[in-house]
Design a protein around this ligand. Structure first.
Ligand SMILES: [Zn+2]
Length: 321
């Protein structure tokens, strides 16, 4: 029997990652490149499919299924990307059908944070927990839930729960969302606003060359004891504790896994004070029993999750043989 290889595609607002795994889950080929949202979905998808074809033909691999995690919101039944705030040109884009047409094999599509939740559950920091919540904090904020060892497909958008009434305007059109205050983009914007008010800060020197504050420069300046950056960082952790506290109160998961660029950069500088605030904020669920962990797969949670989505198609097919 010819080995059955699976492809996984992780499509985010910043980069697209493509990987091919052997039946045991071992990645045998991979490539990633910038999404460049301004060029639109057809060009990005063509490049993605070209990359996948090149990876398979260079090693003579036969693909049997493709899993795709993509920035949401999505219509899972139709396999369509509906209106992602971080990929504005991808409205009503029939992603699943286009990939199925090109490769002629089963394709399963899910939200990128759902895929990352699955990746962490199977291969990362979430191994051994049957109920967990995964949150990614990067360009935006997204979430996925594993309940009873299964991915919950019907999740809404965790980044858009309200954490500050009448707070900052969110790109979803409402105010005070978790994403509008705590995403990497929002952390940088909030620090920039403080600087525009004329406050003195190390941040001004740190951003002289790039002229742009990022979440990483805010974190670095806060680590160095800068007042403005420390305020923004503490506020961020406060809003995260409100959002994650609500999620814990509602779902009482065994673990909350935090991934994405902001968490990968800051690690315990974010997680340690967050655990403390959660412990003070949530009384109805014993927070000390909830593991608040950093993602174990780093930037690869999404692509491992996409591979797991692809493998799940095969399991369903074999079960119905
Ligand atoms: Zn929002």
């Amino acid at each position: 029997m010819v080995d059955e290889f699976i492809a996984g595609i992780d499509i985010g607002g910043t980069k697209i990652a493509v990987a091919i795994a052997a039946p045991g889950g071992e990645i045998v080929a991979r490539h990633s490149f910038p999404t460049n949202p301004a060029r639109g979905p057809h060009e990005a998808l063509n490049q993605t499919c070209d990359v996948l074809e090149r990876l398979t033909s260079s090693k003579s691999l036969r693909l049997t299924a493709i899993g795709i995690g993509c920035a949401g919101p999505l219509d899972l039944e139709r396999g369509v990307v509906t209106s992602p705030p971080n990929l504005p040109l991808w409205r009503e884009f029939p992603l699943r059908a286009l990939v199925e047409d090109r490769f002629g094999i089963p394709v399963i599509l899910d939200n990128d944070a759902n895929a990352a939740a699955l990746g962490e559950h199977l291969y990362g920091a979430g191994r051994g927990f049957k109920d967990l919540v995964y949150l990614t904090i990067s360009t935006g904020i997204g979430g996925g839930i594993i309940a009873d060892n299964k991915l919950v497909h019907r999740l809404g958008e965790a980044g858009h729960i309200t954490v500050q009434p009448d707070g900052a305007l969110c790109n979803c059109g409402t105010r005070g969302c978790l994403e509008a205050l705590c995403s990497g983009t929002a952390i940088a914007r909030r620090a920039q606003e403080e600087l525009l008010e004329g406050r003195q800060s190390k941040l001004k020197d740190m951003v002289q060359e790039s002229k742009q504050v990022t979440a990483k420069t805010v974190e670095d300046a806060a680590q160095a004891g800068d007042d403005v950056a420390s305020e923004v960082w503490q506020e961020t952790i406060g809003y995260l504790a409100i959002g994650i506290g609500s999620i814990i109160a509602l779902l009482a998961p065994q673990a909350v896994i935090l991934g994405g660029g902001v968490v990968a950069g800051a690690g315990e500088f974010l997680l340690a004070p967050l655990r403390k605030q959660l412990d003070e904020r949530v009384r109805i669920v014993r927070v000390r029993g909830v593991h608040i962990l950093q993602a174990g797969l780093g930037a690869d949670s999404g692509v491992y999750g996409a591979l797991a989505l692809g493998a799940s198609v095969l399991q369903v097919e074999h079960a119905s043989d």
